[in-house]
Design a protein around this ligand. Structure first.
Ligand code: EPZ
Length: 418
């Protein structure tokens, strides 16, 4: 079995370029289904989730070609097919293919999506929202099957600003001959990125980045070229890593405006952060201090995907940090793994209290999901001795070239087989 050997205790120094955003490239690829004309998505990260999305497109009859970091999609021959569990099982984001299939084929069928274990992850918001636009669901089957006989516009209010449900509404609504208004829509930058691509294809969308979206659909969409926005979660993860290890790390090709709450948290922990254009530089040469209470929230709040990496960075911070997880019902599966290194973490419901310790010691830990896996890597990089990290595929789902990047930053790591 493969594992990453990590010899911790070294500060990190160096500069790495941030990739295109995993959580944007997935709905962007789904959106290429909406036109028979050729689309090109540039800046695609070479991660297994992006590969899985291109496999789904091929399964639906598209021709897909990777050219470096560009993905060229020709959906002119897309004929529609149920998406089988072996393709769906790889990631949760596959559910956004539903909206694209409804738009293109008038029906959708997929098996329950996979994705990391983060508590219950239903799609009831997606179902109710699309029903409001005339979509009929076949609730009997194991799979999610839906069809769209009479498409009509209307007003939809989401009970929670769900990212996936907002994406599905956007992908479906652009084919509705009328006006669809979405209230309490997700405001994440990835939604704005999708709205930008759909608009470049000829869709008429207003309110991107706000809680109220208006889509005037029904026009045929044409091909377009779109560059994926930078990955704010990859950025947050490497910043948390640099904060934890100390040193001087620069992240290029990113955007500081996408993760202000994360920058604020790390500054209050005692890091010096300089932002110039698309570069964020973090320097830490004194002990980290605890940062009080941080509560995750939908954008523009503190992002839930940065909770695990930040928790790892706080393990050695003097004092007590409380992390409250409000977005997912069970997003502390990384806590037992961080305790293996000597992290002092108490959980009570959706609250985790981290009390800084003086040192961490090497351990063997497992990635529980991609963000929890990166948190375990961060703990190992701060621990004295040689640690082992297992479940590397989970981390590879969302972090392109991550082992090379650790080497570029001066970490003492090596891939091993046992
Ligand atoms: C997206 O997941 C991201 N994934 C997640 O990133 C991210 O954590 C999440 O948004 C929140 O920002 C992708 O974009 C591929 P939600 P999504 O719908 O769309 C509940 C990562 O690490 N809910 O906003 O699935 C749900 O259970 C991943 O990159 C319902 O109850 O998130 C959760 O508690 C992890 N019913 C909350 O809402 C529904 O129908 C937020 O979910 C839909 C969601």
């Amino acid at each position: 079995m493969q594992y990453l050997a990590v010899r911790g205790g070294k500060p990190l120094r160096g500069s790495i370029p941030i990739h295109g955003a995993k959580n944007s490239v997935l709905p962007l690829l789904a959106a290429t289904l909406l036109t028979p004309e050729r689309c090109v998505i540039t800046g695609c990260p070479e991660i297994s989730d992006a590969t899985a999305a291109t496999e789904i497109l091929r399964h639906l009859g598209c021709t897909v070609e990777w050219r470096g970091a560009s993905v060229i999609v020709d959906a002119s021959q897309a004929s529609g097919n149920a998406i089988p569990s072996e393709l769906m099982g790889k990631m949760r984001a596959s559910v956004t293919f539903l909206g694209a299939m409804l738009s293109r084929f008038g029906w959708g069928r997929l098996s329950a999506p996979g994705g990391c274990r983060l508590g219950v992850r239903p799609i009831n918001y997606h179902v109710a929202a699309l029903e409001a636009l005339g979509v009929k669901w076949d609730g009997e089957s194991e799979d999610w099957r839906c069809r769209w006989e009479a498409r009509f516009g209307g007003e939809v209010t989401l009970p929670f600003p769900s990212v996936g449900a907002t994406e599905n509404l956007l992908l479906a609504s652009v084919s509705v001959p009328g006006v669809v208004t979405v209230h309490n829509a997700a405001r994440e930058p990835e939604i704005t990125d999708l709205c930008g691509f759909l608009s470049a294809m000829g869709a008429e969308i207003s309110g991107a980045g706000t809680a109220d979206l208006i889509i005037r659909g029904g026009k045929p969409l044409h091909g377009a070229v779109w560059h994926v926005m930078p990955d704010r979660m990859e950025t947050a993860s490497y910043l948390a890593m640099a904060a934890a290890c100390g040193g001087d790390v620069a992240l290029t090709q990113t955007d500081p405006m996408l993760l202000i709450p994360v920058l604020d948290a790390l500054r209050s922990a005692g890091c010096r952060i300089e932002t110039t254009g698309k570069t964020i530089r973090l320097l830490r040469d004194r002990p980290l201090r605890a940062i009080g209470t941080v509560s995750t929230a939908p954008y523009p709040g503190f992002p839930t995907d940065a909770q695990a990496p930040l928790m790892a960075a706080m393990l050695l911070a003097e004092g007590e940090t409380r992390l409250i997880e409000t977005v997912f019902s069970d997003r502390f599966s990384h806590v037992p793994e961080l305790r293996k290194f000597g992290g002092a973490i108490e959980t009570d419901g959706n609250c985790a209290i981290v009390t800084g310790v003086r040192r961490l010691t090497a351990a063997s830990a497992e990635a529980t999901d991609l963000r929890g896996g990166m948190a375990a890597v961060i703990a190992a990089l701060c621990a004295e001795g040689e640690s082992r990290i297992y479940g590397l595929d989970l981390i590879g789902r969302g972090y392109a070239q991550w082992i090379d990047y650790l080497g570029l930053l001066g970490a003492d790591v090596s891939l091993q087989e046992e």
